[in-house]
Design a protein around this ligand. Structure first.
Ligand code: PEP
Ligand code: MG
Length: 324
């Protein structure tokens, strides 16, 4: 932990005027767990389940998955752990399940793969539900949802996995279920999505890539990947308002959540939770603690008036400097 920031570890993440903003972490490896707890995380907003899959030579069995998931849940209990169902394809392909496509980011990715292979999805969800027996901190999240029927199909499979376990005499509970908003269509159907689930979580990495049509991993166009593009701000605000209108909590689990300046804008938009790499957590907490919600709202109002990413960035930078 960096000197100076470590004193913040046990201080609440709240603004000068007492508005709470829970700070959660993104995890994948067991090594992330200790770091997260060390940095005072209040929960896990994104556990990337594909990471343990990537480290193996074949699909882990239901029992192997159960053990891995149980470890995550136990390490953070009673804090909530949001497990995202397998998100392969795009830039993440498993050596034992190759996907060869000309346009992988627009292809067979995330929920599209697992809905075409319900056996993979069901085994994973069963393992998650079994892992959480006797604990109360599992949340399940669905990646790359781009339309309502897809969401409904995924929900049906989760209910089916739950019914199966109950029939088998296992005391499995149905966890809170959430949708990742990371495809532009989901922004414009955020209310329809929110109505069907318990929470929304914005995946700003993919959302930025898809809204701006800029490959998130291509260095040739990296200077066009503007996380604070005015169009991104509007999309983020739209999602926050949609969730609020449906009375559902909304978080964000892309890299943007770990950017202190962006965190102030997200706070003002009404985001209920920010999930980030553990290494960003105390920096973000420090910035939240040095602002008031009222100031953040003024900054957001100005930010939404800007017409270029550079102007948004300048505005946010100035505000950060002024707050010290
Ligand atoms: C995202 O897209 O913002 C996200 C959090 O998921 P990933 O980076 O794993 O695609
Ligand atoms: Mg994503």
């Amino acid at each position: 932990l960096s000197k100076g920031l470590e004193t913040l570890r046990d201080k609440p993440s709240e603004t000068l005027d007492g508005h709470r903003m829970p700070l959660w972490v993104n995890t994948g490896l067991m090594a992330d767990v200790a770091r997260s707890i060390d940095h005072g995380a209040e929960g896990v907003g994104l556990y990337r389940t594909e990471i343990p899959f990537l480290l193996r030579e074949r699909f882990p069995s239901e029992e192997e998955q159960r053990v891995i998931y149980r470890e995550q849940l136990q390490a953070f209990s009673p804090l909530p752990v949001t497990m995202r169902t397998l998100d392969i394809g795009g830039d993440k392909s498993l050596p034992y399940f190759p996907i060869d496509e000309e346009n992988p980011f627009l292809g067979w990715r995330g929920i599209r793969v697992t809905l075409d292979h319900p056996e993979i999805f069901l085994v994973q969800v069963r393992a998650m539900l079994k892992a959480s027996v006797g604990m109360d901190n599992l949340r399940v999240m669905l990646p790359m949802i781009s339309n309502v029927p897809e969401l409904e199909e995924a929900l049906e499979l989760i209910y089916r996995a739950h019914d199966e376990l109950v029939d088998e005499g296992i005391k499995a509970k149905l966890p809170p279920i959430g949708v990742m908003v990371e495809v532009p269509s989901a922004v414009y159907q955020a209310r329809e999505m929110a109505r069907r689930v318990d929470f929304l979580s914005v995946g700003s990495n993919d959302l930025t890539q898809y809204l701006l049509a800029v490959d998130r991993n291509n260095s040739r166009v990296a200077d066009l990947y503007h996380s604070l593009h005015p169009a991104i701000l509007r999309a983020l605000y739209e999602v926050a308002n949609a969730a609020q209108a449906e009375g559902k909590p909304v978080g964000i689990c892309g890299e943007l959540a770990g950017d202190p300046g962006a965190a102030i804008l997200l706070l003002a938009m009404g985001y209920d939770m920010l999930s980030m790499n553990a290494s960003s957590l105390l920096k973000v907490k420090s910035v939240i603690r040095s602002h008031s919600l009222a100031d953040a709202k003024k900054l957001l109002e100005k930010a939404l008036e800007q017409e270029s990413s550079a102007d948004v960035k300048d505005l946010v930078r100035e505000a950060m400097t002024a707050a010290g």
